[in-house]
Write a protein that binds this ligand. Structure first.
Ligand code: TPP
Length: 346
């Protein structure tokens, strides 16, 4: 099959066949990264980790629809979209290894540090979008949030401000059904999250978050609209996290294991995109096997880079919050120095 055929066959989406393959490669790499990260936590080589397995289409589809100049405001689960937007895999590993280097995207990669406090990054995203509008720049901002995060005041404030000021921002919600152990039915009385957007005069879109192509097209539509100065969009990508909230959680205590199994076997985003590119005749089982082997090499190299870093100096935890350290923190720093010296932990 030649290139033109691939383009034609991919019609019905904004993507060419080649672009679908590129997204698929990202999704496989992200899944492999995620599984290795869980294993590293289990063997004590990184700290608590928030896995994203099951959400690869939502994240890669979104990231793939954005431009390099766009600004991302991620939560703790956005490793996939962050990597697609240019954050090196090793940086992501370093974050979960508790290193300050993991909080810094390289110069020119417009990804803000991970926000653990729920929804606090959304007003930041809206503020960045406002700045972009005032400066007449071509960049948009994307604020990420989970289903649970839509119950926070920050979500309301961000959506309201974005609507009133008609800002070039996308609030991208991965509705994975749970906020730790709280199911969506206890989170909201509305049938969908997308419908909440109407209350703010913002367009709301609900998309199948297991379909990377559909996610891509929804985000691309919203991004183009924002760039034309036509205002914000709220996107609800309906997805599922296969595993626990983090490695410190046990999802079997609050979820029916058959539910997770159903999503994994019947709605897997990687199986789905693979079936689509196989059907288009632009991918083969041989290529697929080679891709998983390549992903393994990429992730392994990145783990080695993380492990080759010099020991971290514990005292750096005192470095960044105050220009002048208060007396009680000075005391704590001295105590830490007397116990551990200048670091040494890997
Ligand atoms: C302001 C705030 N309150 C509570 C928490 C504790 N907490 C961490 S994750 C989480 C659930 C978030 O769920 P959701 O927004 O659906 O995102 P998900 O983790 O499913 O991706 C909570 C309550 C927090 N980090 N920040």
């Amino acid at each position: 099959m030649n290139h033109t055929d691939q383009q034609e066959r991919a019609e019905g989406t904004m993507l060419t066949g080649e672009q679908m393959i590129e997204m698929y490669k990202w999704m496989v790499t992200v899944r492999h990264f995620d599984r290795r990260a869980v294993n590293l936590q289990r063997s004590g080589r990184i700290g608590t980790y928030a896995a994203l397995e099951g959400q690869e289409a939502a994240q890669v589809g979104c990231g793939y629809a954005l431009e390099k100049q766009d600004w991302l405001f991620p939560t703790y689960r956005e490793h996939g979209v962050s990597m697609v937007h240019g954050v090196p895999m090793t940086t992501v590993f370093l974050y979960w290894n508790g290193r300050p280097e993991g909080c810094m995207a390289p110069e020119g990669v417009n990804v803000f540090p991970i926000s653990v406090p729920i929804a606090t990054q959304l007003p930041h995203a809206v503020g960045a979008a406002w700045a972009s509008k005032l400066k007449g720049e071509n960049s948009i901002a994307v604020g990420f949030v989970g289903d649970g995060g839509t119950s926070e005041g920050d979500f309301h404030e961000a959506m309201n401000f974005a609507g009133v000021m008609k800002l070039p921002v996308i609030i991208f919600c991965q509705n994975n059904g749970y906020a730790i152990s709280v199911p969506l039915s206890k989170q909201t009385a509305t049938e969908t999250l997308a419908e909440k957007a109407a209350a703010y005069g913002v367009e709301g879109i609900r998309v199948d978050g297991q379909d990377a192509v559909a996610v891509h097209d929804a985000v691309k539509y919203a991004a183009d609209k924002a760039r034309r100065g036509e205002g914000p969009t709220f996107i609800e990508a309906v997805t599922y996290r296969y595993g626990s909230h983090t490695t410190a959680d046990d999802h079997t205590r609050y979820r029916d294991v058959n539910e997770a199994e159903m999503w994994r076997t019947e709605r897997d985003p990687i199986d789905r995109l693979k079936a689509r590119i196989l059907e288009l005749g632009i991918w083969s089982e041989e290529q697929d096997q080679a891709l998983w082997e390549e992903a393994d090499k990429v992730v392994q190299k990145s783990i080695e880079e993380m492990q080759a870093m010099p020991p971290v100096d514990h005292n750096r935890i005192f470095d960044y919050s105050y220009a002048e350290l208060p007396w009680h923190l000075k005391e704590q720093r001295e105590e830490m120095r007397s116990l551990y010296g200048n670091g040494g932990a890997k």
